[in-house]
Design a protein around this ligand. Sequence first.
Ligand code: F6P
Length: 375
Amino acid sequence: MKKIVISTGGGDAPGLNAVIYAVVHSCYRRGWEVYGSRSGYKGLLNLDELMRLTLEDVEEIYATGGTILGSTNKGNPFSTPVENLAGEIQIVDISDKIMKNFTRMGFDCHIAIGGDGSLEIAHRFALKGMPVVGVPKTIDNDLEATDRTFGFDTAVSTATEALDKLHSTAKSHDRVMVVEVMGRDSGWIALYSGISGGADVILIPEIPFDMDEVCKKITDNELHGKDYAIVVVAEGASVKGGTVINKGDGELGREEVILGGVGEWVASEIRKRINKDTRSLVLGHLQRGGSPTNFDRLLALRFGAAAVRLIADGIFGQMVALSASSMIPVPLIDAIKSRKKVDLNSDKVLTAREIGICLGDCQDFFEKQEDNGKQ
Ligand code: F6P
């Protein structure tokens, strides 16, 4: 008989509930108990926020978005902002209290479902002696050591559907539509949805862009009778020599700045430079919502079941990962050491270039290719 506690941390992603479903079912078959910690580590900090999870609690949740446990991206127990008596904010480490509660509750393992931030916290608890298994989540798909995170496929589907819809309105008005999608450090969502959604330009954090190239692509469209264009830009993309546009820190306890604004910036530059009717929109949290796609459901269910198998085998400090088509354990430290970037030599990037999509550096790229060919 084992007692497991599960938490969901960071920004939510479609598929979180499917992982919880698989964990509860896999544990139930083994006669183990599962508890859920509400809002990240809140349940381990304040035991009233722990909930026992039964089969009834998780009935049919595999198909739903969000997380029944709630989530937060402001809850790092190793650096928590607390107001002191003088009204000043102090950063304190409350991880020992969580360790004590974990032991007091008699838990055997913590399953931490999260992106790089949450898994780093899980790794620090593992170093303090907590048996931990990680499950990789993020719509951004930017975690090293796993081929895919769940949530990404759903986000790409949502963004692709939006692009499909924007084509007709862009065409009707001879307009440029600039669509800002999520992707802080890597351009996976922009690249996948942009290629599949017929974008003319895709701007990603991995390639600092040149507005001359972006505008040239739009005016080149007109040479062959296409008077409209679709530009997809990842929130973390930046102009060559510029910085990532953000909205500041925003919230107390949040470790990352809030990104946003690059889409409108690109739109205003297009208007200014080529006097083209241009509109921008931000897809934002639409990409995080809704029911997970079949791909994400299956992946999330497989991750949840694989996490429980690791616990059964007594393997901790690892994250379950998708490698080729298998579930494998990888050390948590490998999962968090760097962000997974789009490989600029991958066939997806080459496909984008070959089918005429501008990645913000088109001219440079093809000139370089020609020069290499001449040498
Ligand atoms: O990490 C996933 C992500 O969706 C990022 O792409 C985005 O910058 C961030 O979350 C937004 O988080 P929040 O929920 O705090 O707005």
